[in-house]
Design a protein around this ligand. Structure first.
Ligand SMILES: Cc1ncc(COP(=O)(O)O)c(C=O)c1O
Length: 377
């Protein structure tokens, strides 16, 4: 039974295979036996391999142990968990914060906690899979609006005007690299008395001088805004979080199943995340470098006539036409010494090679990637 299904995937160029690295995460890696420049990670600031994060993680493992041993509600937490939550709340300028084991767990736990039976969720059609799954788990009605289309969103709200409404959006869309219209979303949320839940997985550490998409939009925390984020991307560690009003945090803590029924995140990544926040708060040079590198790459691609879709961030989609061509482009890039993964349906509607530029790339590497893409398109 599964053999047939797998063959079908194979025939449609949709089979997925894990290729492990033979080196640590970073701007230069060894993968599939090749040394290459890595344009495939979300390690935007290069913090995954930062000596201070590595030292903090190993100190924490020595002091607090390798694992947490239980859910935090059953005594699996240690002072580092609380310290990280306090640091996240201060970093995001919110009254409170709650830590999850991953961004995926934060979305699949918090969305059902915030919108239940009789409520309505309004979700951008390009939202991340973890939001889609969170919406599926919620017992609320789910209405999907066209990508970044505020007219369509308002039309759906007016047609489905339940007492409790939750608007959900990625801030930076994870495959297209474009940014949600947060100013308009917050006006609509206020006008229609809705909660606004923003997934800042790719905004934190990247936008608003590291503080994220809300700061980038010139907005500040409000009682009806719930910020979700992850520590697995620009923060170079792992874990997800919600930053919001204290009552919202208390409610999620009491009702989100991935928080209640899953062993707490281990002390080592928690300590690494605290260290990442230290760096993001005090040193803007990595964030500046990230944006300089993005400007260099997008400038070169523009000169070469290569389309970058709606990208406004270090995530740059290069359309590939078919799944087969996306795979070929990925392989051809690898032969030239660049890792940039092919992304195919169902992750995206149209196959693409997803380039992510980071602070760790050198100008020569970025120029060489642009030249290679020009040859391959
Ligand atoms: C927009 C978005 N939200 C949530 C997640 C999940 O975060 P994590 O990798 O920490 O589970 C991702 C990761 O791919 C993402 O891109």
């Amino acid at each position: 039974m599964f053999e047939d299904k797998l063959q079908k995937l194979q025939k449609s160029n949709l089979i997925r295979i894990v290729h492990d690295r033979d080196s640590a995460q970073g701007a230069r890696i060894i993968i599939k036996g090749r040394q290459c420049v890595n344009f495939g990670s979300n390690d935007y600031l290069g913090l995954a391999g930062h000596p201070r994060l590595k030292a903090a993680a190993s100190d924490a493992a020595q002091r607090w142990g390798a694992g947490a041993g239980a859910s935090r509600l059953l005594g699996g937490g240690c002072p580092l968990h609380r310290e990280l939550e306090e640091r996240i709340a201060s970093f995001k300028d919110t009254p409170g914060a709650l830590l999850f084991n991953s961004g995926y767990a934060a979305n699949t736990g918090s969305i059902p906690a915030l919108a239940g039976r009789g409520d309505a969720i309004f979700s951008d059609e390009m939202n991340h899979a973890s939001i889609i799954d969170g919406c599926r788990l919620a017992l609320a009605q789910v209405h999907v609006y066209r990508h970044r289309d505020m007219g369509h969103l308002e039309e759906l709200i007016e047609k489905n005007n339940m007492d409790h409404k939750l608007i959900v959006t990625d801030t930076v869309f994870s495959m297209e690299g474009d940014i949600a219209p947060l100013n308009e979303l917050s006006v609509l949320a206020d006008k229609h008395n809705a909660l606004l839940y923003i997934d800042d997985a790719h905004g934190t550490g990247v936008l608003g001088r590291c503080r994220g998409a809300l700061a980038h939009a010139g907005l500040t925390h409000a009682a009806n805004i719930i910020q979700m984020g992850t520590l697995s991307k620009a923060a170079g560690s792992m874990g997800g979080f919600i930053a919001a009003d204290r009552d919202v945090i208390k409610w999620i803590l009491n009702t989100a199943r991935p928080f209640i029924f899953s062993t707490a995140i281990a002390p080592a990544p928690v300590a690494a995340s605290i260290c990442a926040l230290d760096i993001m708060e005090t040193d803007v040079s990595l964030n500046r470098k990230l944006w300089e590198n993005r400007l260099l790459l997008t400038g070169r691609l523009k000169d070469l006539g290569i389309e970058t879709g709606g990208s406004e961030t270090p995530i740059i989609p290069i359309r590939a036409g078919s799944g087969g061509h996306a795979l070929e482009m990925g392989e051809a890039l690898l032969e030239r010494g660049f890792h940039a993964p092919a992304i195919r349906p169902p992750t995206v509607p149209e196959p693409m090679v997803r380039i992510t530029v980071t602070a760790g790339h050198l100008p020569d590497e970025i120029n060489a990637l642009a030249d290679a893409l020009a040859d391959l398109i």
